[in-house]
Design a protein around this ligand. Structure first.
Ligand SMILES: NC(=O)c1ccc[n+]([C@@H]2O[C@H](COP(=O)([O-])OP(=O)(O)OC[C@H]3O[C@@H](n4cnc5c(N)ncnc54)[C@H](OP(=O)(O)O)[C@@H]3O)[C@@H](O)[C@H]2O)c1
Length: 308
């Protein structure tokens, strides 16, 4: 029998790419808050996950075997402005989902972030001690602890990813691509380092982790570290765009309201070992990003968004 997979945040950057990937093997049930998506064979419902009883209604509707929780308040600066909402959605809700999935025997993946670390050192492994630097990161770490306590079988995946989104402007890759293609000057942080993974590849890893019955904390990011500036340059080269339009700047010059961690590079040996395969690096991901572009994938994604 085909298994049911419930994906919260199915309109988001990860959620939509994951939903499309999962449709090959699962009956997929997607949720979002405001936006509506229309995907063949995907059952979709709009719901505010913070409403009482919304979880119970979702479980009754989808009867899931598996649940991947992608919904979150992801705007880091908005989290500073609305710490209570960030706490409720990012910090508390995942623990409640973990409790319910444990009680009902549903396989659960909670999506966390590389930003739980202070970024002073980089190269973090799963057993390193987090030290979050802003409201977003603190609430995401709060959730990690709540999920692990409520559901020891759950997977907590710390991620960082880029890709094509339905809005066309959701990821760092789209930021560089859109501006460079329009011939516009942009800046890229030369002192913020990360290990980005293509959302489509992340989706495959998450589904494989489910299938393999893994549990516990995993770093699910790309295998190569680089600065955000370098990422822009590599993307420009991949798409034959003008890399000289990108000016390297310091994050300190950007006037961002929430403090950012400078070096969020994570190590992925645990995942590679438990899955028995290599984790893609930057070139592989950017090459696939460009193949998807040539196949018209960004436009296909935009067509899935139902106008209000
Ligand atoms: N993007 C990254 O590089 C990155 C890095 C590290 C970790 N992460 C984590 O990865 C996960 C997915 O991120 P993303 O970038 O794909 O997110 P996103 O594009 O911002 O999408 C967020 C999703 O959450 C939904 N949502 C927001 N509030 C909700 C509510 N009250 N009830 C129900 N649904 C709600 C949104 O619905 P609407 O669209 O209808 O508003 C949307 O589907 C998050 O846990 C995030 O913390 C992301």
């Amino acid at each position: 029998m085909v298994k049911h997979l419930l994906i919260s945040g199915a309109s988001g950057l990860l959620g939509i790419n994951l939903s499309l990937e999962a449709l090959q093997d699962y009956k997929v049930y997607g949720t979002a808050h405001d936006r509506v998506v229309d995907v063949d064979n995907l059952s979709f419902v709009k719901t505010d996950l913070l409403e009482p009883d919304s979880l119970q209604r979702l479980f009754d509707w989808a009867e899931p075997d598996c649940f991947i929780h992608c919904a979150a308040l992801t705007n880091v600066d908005l989290c500073e402005e609305q710490p209570e909402l960030a706490h409720n959605l990012n910090g508390e809700l995942p623990g409640l989902i973990a409790q319910e999935t444990h009680r009902l025997g549903i396989n659960f993946i909670h999506i966390s972030t590389d930003a739980v670390f202070d970024g002073l050192r980089g190269g973090y492994i799963e057993t390193d001690i987090p030290n979050p630097q802003n409201v977003y990161a603190r609430t995401k770490l709060e959730a990690e602890s709540a999920v692990a306590a409520a559901n020891p079988d759950a997977i907590v995946a710390r991620v960082n990813f880029y890709g094509w989104s339905m809005s066309g402007d959701r990821s760092l890759a789209e930021f560089f691509f859109n501006n460079l293609q329009a011939g516009k000057q942009v800046t890229g942080f030369e002192d913020v380092f990360f290990c980005p993974l293509l959302a489509n590849d992340l989706a495959k890893f998450l589904l494989e982790m489910l299938e393999r019955g893994l549990h516990g904390l995993y770093h699910v990011v790309g295998s190569q570290a680089l600065s955000k500036y370098e990422f822009g340059v590599r993307l420009a080269r991949q798409f034959h765009l003008d890399e000289n339009l990108i000016t390297p700047v310091s994050v300190h010059s950007a006037g961002l309201s929430a403090p950012r961690s400078p070096n969020l590079t994570l190590r992925t040996e645990k995942l590679a070992q438990d899955l028995g395969r290599d984790i893609p690096g930057v070139s592989t991901g950017l090459h696939r990003l460009s193949t998807l572009y040539q196949q018209g994938y960004p436009q296909q994604l935009r067509n899935l968004l139902v106008a209000d």
